[in-house]
Design a protein around this ligand. Structure first.
Ligand code: IVH
Length: 674
């Protein structure tokens, strides 16, 4: 069989290109060409190799996956044992380590190569004459499992070292892991496929590497970072670990960006704090940092005690995950009325603090993780994030473990006794006593007073905090009972501002039905829906009497919004507050919002774009709405008119595409009858 010379050259060129792009993409995360371009080169190589079987070699980029599933992994003996590290937790232990090293070497000051301690799986990779021949897990440190076919599927691991002069033997040691972002995606996929999610990136990496079918491993986003060498033959390497790592980098073996060389114990501790501060934002999980004497001859002189080197130590961060018992589940009511299930835990030390409560997020999460009271659970406390229950240790489950149903346990709000409902589209169950519930008080009063609602100037969060914390008001209705003395006695309230605030409260009594409906803070009822409701029902009594069916008669109200509104008005606590508001003198012109069916604008949908010569957008909007028109933000087939001013952009283009009538200011004014 003959092979054309051009094919030989092209295959070599394609492999080099693909290896380079692979490195740029999977290791440096700086791709130079689009995926489609890469795929094209890849297919060309596949084709040439198929046409010229003599050119197919095992180190070709096309040969990462291929082997059939194994029956079991075989055992491999490590040429140089894969030892473990001693741990340090406190600064004093690090100082003691540095002292022992200095005394052992008889020097004043030591240079250390430092890097993060990756939270993955230790592996060894054997390259003979530059070709990846074998890869193994750490196992017990002396023998591990042969996972070569799986390691070959990891794109960050070179099948061939990038050098024209490879060493006879080079054993690279490092850690296989899954980046945090890839882990999130992986779990998302698992969820979509209805398969079990992984508890953390480490478990996912371990499970993926130990698949007997390499085709499964190939679908998992594993990556790799080298941190050192095992046995080496036929090359004389630099005598500094940091320089050896640079050499590995030149061979396109992945090494992490965070590695450094530092001086003395101060340098070590500074590195520890620097990495600690960046821990949450690093792309991979770490559980500490590793300090190693940089000079390799010094390493040799220091040697080993038992199974760990004297020349290196792992300085650990507080563990972010711990196991403990789930004693019970209670709920917390948030500012918006959402009920969050909270795990009551047997206290456990995690992430540097004692934790006895952790969030369970919502009921769906409890189902998904199958968390039951009495279970042994895994709690995570990472950085500033609220502690959470991430999973259950199923092996520890007793038959007495109890399932939890939020709506069964909490048919009414534990804070105010209003009904708890869960809308079809929402993950959270909510208290429906929005106007009344103490948990939602501040939020409700702030929203009620806001500019687009009752427009009480000066009623900001500082003032609301004081009024609520001092129990001067409980619901929005109490605002209208406030007097001069009460207000003037508050912090940072001069007599002048107190009387201004009182005047603003008084002035807010005269309002519109639309503003009042919006001010109630009904879930899913924004300003636009409030206006629609006011116009449609014309009065508050009619709205409060409407059932879900009647509400859904409106064009933009679907089942979720209808349910939200009906539940709100069904709640006696809310009706009480509304009655108090009306009794306090809040009023509007009944019927004023009802449709003006004679106007040509009534029921028409407008979009405003660009700058009009004489009207601001708000003014134009107000006038259109006063005549029963509606103003929306984006142009669609439903849009009746686009009003375009100077520098109108994409909305105008869209209007023309869809054939929507475009008006200028003069035409709009004509329509408005002005
Ligand atoms: S150096 C002689 N560097 O930690 C041992 N190990 O407890 C040299 N590990 O299973 C090990 N990140 O897999 C070293 N940057 C790092 C590391 C690291 C993680 C793991 C390693 C081993 C364990 C040792």
């Amino acid at each position: 069989m003959t092979v054309p010379q051009e094919a030989v050259a092209r295959v070599r060129q394609l492999r080099e290109e693909l290896e380079r792009h692979n490195y740029l993409y999977y290791v440096l995360d700086e791709p130079e060409i689009p995926d489609a371009e890469y795929d094209k080169l890849f297919r060309e190589l596949e084709r040439l190799e198929a046409e010229n079987p003599l050119l197919a070699t095992p180190d070709s980029p096309t040969r990462r996956i291929g082997a059939a599933p194994l029956a079991e992994f075989s055992q491999l003996t490590h040429r140089v044992p894969m030892l473990s590290l001693n741990n340090a937790f406190e600064d004093e232990e690090v100082a003691a380590f540095d002292r022992r090293v200095r005394e052992g070497l008889g020097v004043e000051r030591v240079e250390y190569a430092v890097d993060p301690k990756f939270d993955g799986l230790a592996i060894s990779l054997i390259y003979e004459n530059g070709i990846l021949l074998q890869g193994a897990t750490r196992g017990d440190g002396y023998t591990g499992e042969d996972v070569t076919t799986n390691l070959r599927t990891i794109k960050a691991i070179p099948l061939r070292l990038h050098t024209t002069n490879p060493p006879q033997l080079l054993e690279v040691r490092g850690e296989v892991l899954i980046l945090k972002a890839d882990f999130e995606k992986l779990n998302h996929q698992q969820r979509n496929k209805g398969e079990k999610e992984f508890a953390n990136p480490r478990n996912a990496a371990a499970g993926s590497l130990r698949q007997l079918d390499p085709r499964i491993t190939a679908t998992r986003p594993l990556t790799f970072f080298a941190y050192g060498l095992g046995s080496v033959e036929g090359v004389s390497l630099p005598r500094k670990l940091s320089a050896v790592m640079d050499y590995l980098e030149s061979l396109r073996v992945p090494v992490c960006r965070e590695r450094k060389v530092v001086q003395g114990v101060e340098g070590l501790l500074e590195y520890y704090r620097m990495i600690g501060a960046r821990r949450d934002s690093l792309p991979y999980d770490i559980d500490g940092v590793v300090y190693k004497v940089d000079d390799l001859d010094s390493q040799e002189r220091l040697g080993f005690v038992a199974r760990a080197p004297r020349f290196a130590v792992a300085h650990k961060f507080p563990a972010q995950e711990a196991m403990t018992e789930l004693l019970g589940i209670t709920v917390q009511v948030g500012r918006t009325g959402a009920l969050t299930p909270v795990a009551r835990l047997k206290p456990v030390f995690v992430g540097g603090a004692m934790v006895s409560n952790a969030t369970l997020h919502n009921e769906d999460e409890i189902r998904r993780k199958d968390v039951r009271i009495g279970d042994t659970v895994i709690v995570r406390r990472a950085g500033d994030v609220i502690p959470e229950v991430v999973g259950v240790v199923m092996g520890n489950r007793h038959s007495s473990a109890q399932e939890f149903s939020l709506l069964e346990q909490y048919p009414v709000c534990p804070v105010c006794g209003s009904h708890v409902i869960r809308l079809p589209d929402e993950a959270a169950a909510r208290c429906s006593g929005g106007l009344f519930c103490p948990a939602q008080r501040k939020q409700a009063i702030l929203h009620f007073s806001s500019r687009r609602a009752m427009d009480i100037e000066g009623m900001g969060d500082k003032l609301v905090d004081q009024l609520v914390d001092k129990e001067l008001i409980h619901t929005p209705a109490d605002l209208y009972k406030l007097g001069m003395t009460t207000l003037a006695n508050l912090d940072r309230m001069a007599e002048k501002s107190a009387s201004n605030t009182l005047a603003a409260i008084e002035a807010s009594k005269k309002t519109t039905l639309a503003r009042f409906i919006f001010a109630l803070g009904i879930r899913n009822v924004g300003e636009a829906t409030a206006k629609d409701l006011a116009r449609h029902f014309g009065g508050l009594d009619a709205l409060m009497a409407a059932d879900e069916g009647a509400l859904q008669q409106m064009p933009d109200v679907g089942p979720v919004v209808a349910q939200s509104i009906a539940q709100f008005f069904a709640e006696p606590h809310n009706r009480e507050v509304i009655a108090q508001l009306v009794a306090a003198g809040v009023h509007w012109a009944e019927g004023a919002g009802s449709p003006i069916s004679t106007s040509p604008i009534s029921g028409k949908i407008f979009v405003l774009t660009g700058t009009l010569p004489n009207l601001t957008r708000d003014e134009a909007k107000e006038r259109i709405e006063a005549l029963g028109g509606k103003v929306t933000g984006s142009v669609s087939k439903k849009t009746d008119f686009v009003v375009a001013g100077a520098e109108a952009g994409s909305k105008l283009v869209k209007a023309k595409e869809l054939g929507v009538v475009v008006l200028d200011e003069i035409q709009l004014k004509e329509m408005l009858g002005e």
